[in-house]
Design a binder for this molecule. Structure first.
Ligand SMILES: NC(=O)c1ccc[n+]([C@@H]2O[C@H](COP(=O)([O-])OP(=O)(O)OC[C@H]3O[C@@H](n4cnc5c(N)ncnc54)[C@H](OP(=O)(O)O)[C@@H]3O)[C@@H](O)[C@H]2O)c1
Length: 311
């Protein structure tokens, strides 16, 4: 990576590329979609709520006049919705150059389940994106240089993949389930890249984290009662960066010619809270290949989605 700080000015032209961003109606997803569109990509804003999605699309068209962007409805907490979208996208007969797995929910105070019966954070943040990526794989592999970017979090550090309690049925801790889902994002991104390399595929997969960014998830997410949330709120003015800065690791991973498959990108500042995108390292739990492989198999079983082209 170059010694100078990476900025959006360094994004190469994305003209001719199609990019899909999940959870693009707010926060990091919106900012990533905006910059990709500004640089010429045709961007699909994948949102679960049509009204919010439309408002985001209108905002994007105001902020990037002439941009090629459209709204697609996908609920990442529903395998049926993901399948239906993937089938419709395949019907267009166009390649998908960039897939940004960004949508997420954080620290829901009480255990909730998706329509498929998955714990909502694990189901949305990890299993939904595992399914979406697998179902879109033919369209990704039809692109000349496909990339998949999966948005993880510093919260992976306290995450643990407990295969005996994957759905938090035995014990639910709001931030524990979030940390596990974000650890799953890293393990997935790295295993996807290993599989792509083994298959001599041109697809690359990277994980990123945005540091700590002021978005809806931060305002609504951690609740108000637990100690971690209280500390976070006190430190907020010092450590939190705006959402456009939080989108930089995503944008670097999605567009930089220097970005390499398997990398984990995050901010370069103190404790990776904020700053410019650089290669960072997850904790040891994010580098455990055995857990990554087992999680992949379990995710195939739970979602019914397999990746035949990547073994
Ligand atoms: N902000 C941070 O400091 C921080 C730190 C580490 C990691 N992250 C990660 O960054 C990503 C983006 O979050 P953010 O900070 O930008 O917060 P955000 O503004 O709340 O964005 C989250 C997005 O995900 C969408 N979403 C949630 N559930 C969905 C579902 N079932 N189907 C489709 N979309 C869904 C939300 O849509 P609705 O508006 O409909 O809810 C929203 O567009 C998340 O993966 C989060 O874990 C954020």
């Amino acid at each position: 990576m170059a010694a100078t700080k990476w900025t959006v000015q360094q994004i190469p032209s994305q003209t001719g590329k199609t990019a899909l961003v999940t959870g693009a109606n707010s926060g990091i997803g919106y900012q990533a979609a905006l910059e990709l569109a500004r640089h010429g990509a045709h961007v699909l804003l994948a949102c679960r709520n049509a009204a919010k999605g439309l408002a985001a699309l209108e905002r994007l068209k105001r902020e990037a006049p002439g941009a090629a962007a459209e709204l697609v409805e996908v609920d990442m907490a529903s395998l049926a919705s993901i399948r239906s979208f993937a089938t419709a996208f395949a019907g267009r007969g166009i390649p998908l150059d960039l897939l940004i797995n960004n949508a997420g929910v954080m620290a829901l105070p009480k255990r909730e389940v998706t329509v498929d019966g998955f714990e909502r954070q694990f189901g949305t943040n990890h299993l939904g994106h595992f399914a979406l990526t697998g179902l879109l794989l033919p369209q990704l592999l039809a692109a000349p240089e496909p990339r998949v970017v999966t948005v993880a979090s510093l919260a992976h550090r306290n995450g643990k993949i407990d295969f005996d309690n994957l759905q938090s049925e035995r014990d639910y801790k709001p931030l524990g389930a979030y940390g596990a889902s974000k650890l799953a994002n890293i393990l997935f991104a790295k295993e996807l890249d290993r599989r792509a390399r083994a298959a001599h595929s041109k697809l690359i997969s990277l994980a990123v984290h945005p540091g700590i960014s002021m978005t809806n998830i931060m305002v609504n997410g951690p609740g108000t009662k637990n100690l971690q949330a209280i500390v976070l709120r006190i430190l907020a003015p010092i450590i939190i960066q705006p959402d456009d800065a939080g989108a930089l690791p995503t944008l670097y991973a999605a567009t930089s010619p220097d970005a390499k498959g398997g990398e984990y990108i995050g901010p370069d500042g103190f404790q990776e809270f904020k700053g410019s995108p650089v290669v960072v390292q997850p904790r040891a739990n994010g580098l455990d290949e055995a857990v990554g492989k087992r999680l992949w198999t379990v995710s195939e079983e739970l979602t019914g989605v397999v990746y035949p082209a990547l073994g």
